[in-house]
Design a binder for this molecule. Structure first.
Ligand code: ACO
Length: 269
C-alpha cells in the first residue's frame, strides 16, 4: 500500500497522506513519495486543481519524530540535511505549483504540517480539525518554516501565544486567525472543497498561476517593486495566453454574455 495515494476525478486530483496508523506523520519515505506524486500530476492535462488531504483522523501529525528526526539524526549531518531537503523540497514545489491547490484539512495538523498547509493556496478544514505548534511541547523551536508560516499568517500576539504555549486551537479559531480560509462541518467538507475546486476550474489557468504567484511574491515587496513585478508578470502571462483576456473582453463588450464583476468568461470558447 502506498503512503501517498491519489485519484483524479473530474479534473480534481485528490492526493492523500496515507499513513493513518501513524496519523500521517511525514517520514522521509512519505516525503519522497509525495514529491514523485506532485511531479506526476503537475503537468498532467487531466488535472486542473490539486487537493491535499489525509486518510483517517489526521491531516498530518507533522514530522515523524522517529523516522524523520531520530533515525536521520543517527546518520549524521548528511542524513539530516537530506531529510530536510526532501521535505522542504516538496513543500516548495507545492508553494509554486502550476495548478491551484487546496488543503482539505480533515483532522490533526501539527508542527511540520504547517509547511504544506501554507504551501496550499487555499485551506478548508473540518470543524473537527485541530491545529498546534507542538514543537515547544517536546523541546524544539518551530523549524522547517513553521515559525515563518505563523508570522506570515497570524498576528504577532497570536503567533507568539501559539508557538510559546503549544496549545491546540480548533478549526474555528484557525479561521479567525487566518491560518485557514474557513471551517465547515465534517459532512460538508468534501462538498465545499469540490465546489471551490469547480470555481477554480472555470478560470483561465494561465491567469490563475500568475495570480497565485503574484500574491505570494508581492507580499514582500515595496509598492513600487510590486507595481513593476506585476507589469512584467502580466506581460509574461500574455505571452503564454495572449488570447484569453481578449476573449474575456470580447464576451463582455461585444457579445454581452457575461459581466466580469459577477462571473467568469467562458474559457471553452
Ligand atoms: N511522529 C511519529 N509517530 C507518530 C507521530 C509523529 N509525529 N504522530 C503519531 N505517531 C504515531 C504514534 O507513535 C503511534 O504509533 P504506534 O501505534 O506505533 O504506537 C500512532 O502514530 C498513533 O498515535 P497515537 O498517539 O496513539 O494517536 P492519537 O489519535 O491518540 O493521538 C495525536 C493523535 C494527538 C496526533 C498524537 O499522535 C500526537 O501527539 N502526535 C504527535 C504530534 C506532534 O507533536 N507532531 C510533531 C510536531 S513538531 C514537527 O513536526 C517538527
Amino acid at each position: 500500500m502506498t503512503i501517498v495515494k491519489y485519484k483524479i476525478e473530474n479534473r480534481i486530483a485528490w492526493v492523500s497522506f496515507n499513513r493513518p496508523e501513524k496519523r500521517n506523520a511525514m517520514s522521509p519515505e512519505l516525503n519522497r513519495e509525495m514529491m514523485k506524486v506532485l511531479n506526476e500530476l503537475e503537468f498532467n492535462d487531466d488535472v486542473g486543481v490539486l487537493v491535499l488531504t489525509g486518510e483517517g483522523t489526521a491531516w498530518t501529525a507533522g514530522m515523524d519524530l522517529k523516522e524523520y528526526f531520530r533515525e536521520t539524526e543517527a546518520k549524521g549531518l548528511g542524513g539530516i540535511r537530506q531529510a530536510q531537503s526532501e521535505s522542504y523540497g516538496w513543500w516548495r514545489k507545492l508553494r509554486w505549483y502550476q495548478k491551484p491547490t487546496i488543503a482539505m484539512v480533515n483532522g490533526w495538523c501539527f508542527g511540520g504540517g504547517y509547511g504544506p498547509l501554507y504551501s496550499c493556496d487555499l485551506a478548508i478544514a473540518s470543524l473537527e480539525a485541530k491545529f498546534g505548534l507542538s514543537e515547544i511541547n517536546w523541546g524544539i523551536l518551530p523549524g522547517g518554516g513553521a515559525t515563518k508560516v505563523a508570522t506570515d499568517l497570524l498576528s504577532m500576539r497570536d503567533a507568539m501565544y501559539h508557538a510559546m504555549t503549544g496549545e491546540l486551537i480548533n478549526a474555528e479559531k484557525a479561521a479567525q486567525w487566518n491560518l485557514i480560509n474557513e471551517a465547515v462541518p465534517v459532512e460538508q467538507l468534501k462538498a465545499r472543497v469540490t465546489e471551490l475546486a469547480e470555481i477554480l476550474l472555470q478560470k483561465n489557468p494561465v491567469a490563475l498561476k500568475a495570480t497565485k504567484d503574484a500574491i505570494r511574491r508581492v507580499s514582500e515587496m515595496t509598492y513600487d517593486n510590486a507595481e513593476d513585478y506585476l507589469i512584467r508578470a502580466q506581460e509574461a502571462a500574455n505571452s503564454f495566453d495572449n488570447e484569453g483576456r481578449k476573449e474575456g473582453i470580447r464576451q463582455f463588450i461585444d457579445e454581452k454574455t457575461f459581466k466580469p464583476g459577477l462571473s467568469t468568461y467562458d474559457i471553452t470558447k
